[in-house]
Design a protein around this ligand. Structure first.
Ligand SMILES: Cc1ncc(COP(=O)(O)O)c(C=O)c1O
Length: 499
């Protein structure tokens, strides 16, 4: 091959090789482009994931609970015009939306219509005054339950009572200082109502030949002591009236079971036992012995003490009460009663109670009591100012006391109920006087074993209901005062009414 030919062959080869080199270059560019793109994409995904996580940390992890939370939030966001509330298990409209349950004196689908001169029903003991506290603590107090939550009869240790809840209850009593729990047994009941009879049964004699125990209470007493004991009357026990009527006979061989309620329902008085002697057993109902209803002068250490979630946190619908019991034999008989009647308190109830008590215990354990005390104090102040102008109606007289929980301070009076007396001779039936003249439905004095000259009004309703009650009472007292009272006094008493 000539030089010329050789040169041409090399050039051809180089020309053939040239495109291969270009391909390699282009591939390199393509590869780096896709690498950059993929890195960018990953970066965007990672940034958006972390952004999402930081804004809503749990959302992407929720599985079975998400739908339930969304449902619950949707229902609770219904406003009901600020005069009612909707619940997931309430009645539903055709569209599937729950119906608003209206406060007293409001009606309509969204509770927006006021009903003038409606009936003010203060016969009940629903503690709705604490609802704003639970709305403020919505996140911490909510409970979520899976479909398979505790389906069995017992807890893993074979017991019917949550150890965690028991621990929280003991801790709460230690914090408040209202009852000693160390070395004591605890029995849960479906409300303290179930524990009344469990305690009466446990205190009545095991011996079939013994006399029937007399169950007694001091007038005015919480009506269920009598109605429940009458319902379950047996050869072992029966309700036998007012404690005072047995004062001289408690030393003989008759067995007595005395209910002692402190602070008392209906009149808010701190009470002590009346009967003494070896044949007398005491059931101390301490439903209201909490700092929002009462000063706590001492830490009690009685043989059998009853407490209830109903008046502590306001959740009476949850139905949980507990007994603190000193003697093992009494504890065992109470547990037997619970086994035979309901086989323990619903696990759902125990879980909810635990959640609520953990909120009560948070911080220094004062928030709930501060909130409740301030509401009840301002209510009592308004009421006593109003009643101080009346000669026809009087309020119970309560004395202030030191409270160990609130740094041993002297505390205002904050009872759960007003125990009103009609002072005029002709007003023999105070319940009817309030109903007929003011459309107020209280609870009649004779329901508490007392004279009909008394009537009980609940002070633990929500703010609107309480304001309506005060307005109605204002009308009633202003009638009495017409022409008697100086206008300046009149304004002074009624000037603070907010609705
Ligand atoms: C003195 C007293 N004890 C017990 C109860 C009932 O409590 P529970 O809701 O736990 O059955 C009440 C309810 O009003 C009460 O006033």
């Amino acid at each position: 091959m000539s030089n010329q030919q050789q040169q041409t062959a090399i050039c051809k080869k180089q020309q053939q090789q040239q495109p291969k080199h270009d391909d390699k270059h282009q591939n390199l560019i393509r590869f780096s482009l896709s690498l950059t793109f993929s890195a960018l994409l990953n970066l965007i995904l990672i940034v958006s994931f972390f952004l999402n996580m930081s804004m809503n940390p749990k959302h992407d992890q929720l599985t079975w609970s998400r739908k339930a939370s969304e449902e619950a939030e949707a229902v609770s966001s219904l406003s009901c015009s600020g005069h009612g509330v909707a619940h997931l298990d309430g009645l539903v409209l055709d569209g599937g939306l729950p119906v608003c349950e209206c406060d007293a004196c409001y009606t309509g689908l969204d509770c927006s219509q006021f009903v003038p001169y409606c009936l003010i029903d203060v016969d009940n003991g629903n503690p709705f005054f604490l609802e704003p506290f639970w709305r403020q603590n919505a996140e911490n107090s909510a409970v979520m339950m899976a479909g398979w939550y505790r389906m069995g009869y017992e807890f893993a240790d074979g017991s019917l009572e949550s150890k965690q809840l028991e621990k929280a209850i003991r801790m709460l009593h230690d914090t408040v200082g209202n009852a000693i729990t160390k070395g004591r047994y605890i029995v849960f009941g479906t409300g303290s109502t179930q524990l009344f009879n469990a305690a009466v049964y446990a205190f009545s004699s095991k011996d079939s030949g013994s006399t029937t125990a007399k169950v007694v209470a001091s007038v005015p007493y919480y009506p269920v002591y009598k109605s429940q004991t009458d319902l379950f009357v047996s050869r072992k026990y029966k309700f036998d009236g007012e404690t005072m009527s047995w004062i001289n006979q408690s030393e003989d061989s008759t067995n007595f079971i005395e209910f002692v309620t402190s602070p008392n329902n209906p009149d808010g008085q701190l009470k002590d036992v009346i009967l003494g002697g070896k044949n007398v057993k005491h059931i101390h109902d301490l439903a209201y012995y909490w700092p929002h209803f009462s000063p706590i002068p001492i830490q009690l250490d009685e043989d059998l003490m009853l407490f209830t979630l109903s008046k502590l946190t306001g959740h009476c619908g949850t139905r949980l009460g507990w007994a603190i019991v000193k003697e093992e034999s009494v504890y065992k008989r109470m547990m037997y009663y619970i086994d035979q009647t309901t086989y323990g308190v619903s696990r759902e109830t125990q879980l909810r109670t635990l959640k609520l008590l953990n909120v009560v215990l948070q911080g220094n354990g004062r928030e709930l009591f501060d909130f409740g005390y301030n509401v009840m104090r301002s209510r009592w102040e308004r009421l006593s100012k109003l009643f101080s102008l009346s000669k026809r109606f009087s309020l119970q007289d309560l004395t202030q006391n030191n409270c160990t929980f609130f740094h041993k301070e002297l505390r205002s009076v904050t009872p759960a109920y007003a125990w009103i007396k009609c002072e005029n001779d002709e007003d023999k039936d105070c319940y009817s006087v309030l109903w007929d003249e003011a459309n107020i439905k209280g609870k009649a004095g004779h329901d508490f074993g007392s004279e009909s000259r008394y009537v009980r009004l609940s002070l633990i309703s929500n703010r609107q209901d309480f304001d309506l009650l005060v307005r109605r009472l204002e009308g009633l007292i202003s009638q009495e005062m017409k022409g008697v009272c100086e206008p300046s006094n009149y304004e002074g008493a009624f000037g603070n009414l907010t609705t």
